[in-house]
Ligand binder design. Structure first.
Ligand SMILES: Nc1ncnc2c1ncn2[C@@H]1O[C@H](COP(=O)(O)OP(=O)(O)OP(=O)(O)O)[C@@H](O)[C@H]1O
Length: 260
């Protein structure tokens, strides 16, 4: 993405589903190359719909998505995708799961073995390469899934509540792991979460969506906390509390409206 200012841009994106339900309306924002941006909003407001449009899994009814300044047609091949439910294959070992994307891309067996061993170590799974998904804890499965996406070196990472199913402690550890992998990588992350704490801790900018239907961008909040960040220390800082409060004051009313 050399020379590209925005890795992703949404221009007046509206998505109306088959039954006539407009999930998101007139969504416009850009994600600068190399930045970490989160999208938060009340449950069901359309966060996943936005991410699916950027992944190319869902086409806007009107408006368009640009990837590296070009209109997106079909699947976004510059992006790797991490879901809340990991997509590990139960019959493959950790090492083979990590190497899956390489195998699909036609990378030879020797190179796959070398890279997947290296990536298993990078995510702290060196002793578990021969284990199977059912033998792993939730955090270890998530590490495997992170390595599986990262090993193919996508320029863009799209994450849809990737840590939503983990317990609080494991989640905090995964935040540190994710920031460690991302720092200095130059990769662009678009991260969807309903957890404001997670969004502020990780991001350069938080985008708040309104409650649906026809959800729109309610506000964009830069997070100027220093990097590299230690998630625990970051949450203790006064600046963190101030940023959290200013976003929450906008989000709170929408969350209540979403429940209503
Ligand atoms: N294929 C579809 N057809 C019809 N409606 C859909 C479809 N996909 C999503 N929706 C509706 O669009 C709205 C937005 O859904 P979406 O999953 O994008 O929201 P979300 O903010 O990610 O939700 P959550 O916080 O629960 O993860 C919801 O009301 C959902 O029911």
């Amino acid at each position: 993405m050399d020379g590209v200012r925005d890795a992703i841009a949404l221009e007046s994106v509206t998505v109306t589903f088959g039954g006539g339900y407009t999930a998101v309306a007139d969504i416009t924002f850009a994600v600068p190359a190399g930045s970490f941006v989160s999208v938060v909003g009340p449950t069901g407001c359309g966060k996943s719909t936005v991410l699916n449009c950027v992944a190319g899994l869902c086409a806007p009814t009107t408006g368009q998505v640009l990837v590296a300044d070009r209109p997106l047609r079909g699947l976004n091949r510059a992006a790797g995708y991490l879901f809340q439910q990991d997509t590990l294959l139960p019959w493959k070992s950790v090492q083979d799961n990590i190497a899956l994307g390489l195998q699909i891309n036609g990378v030879g067996q020797k190179e796959r073995a070398r890279l997947s061993t290296e990536w298993a170590a990078r995510v702290g799974l060196e002793g578990f390469t021969n284990s199977y998904p059912h033998e792993l804890s939730g955090g270890m499965r998530k590490r495997t899934a992170l390595a599986q996406v990262w090993i193919t070196e996508p320029d863009i990472l799209l994450m849809d509540e990737p840590f939503g199913a983990l317990d609080v402690q494991t989640r905090q550890i995964m935040h540190s792991e994710l920031l460690r992998l991302w720092t200095g990588s130059g990769k662009t992350v678009l991260f969807v979460t309903h957890d404001l704490d997670e969004a502020v801790t990780l991001s350069d900018e938080v985008i708040v969506l309104s409650a649906g239907p026809a959800s729109h961008v309610l506000g964009r909040y830069p997070v100027g906390l220093p990097r590299p960040r230690d998630p625990i220390d970051t949450r203790m800082s006064t600046e963190y509390g101030e940023i959290y409060q200013s976003i929450w004051s906008a989000l709170r009313a929408e969350v209540l409206r979403g429940y209503a």
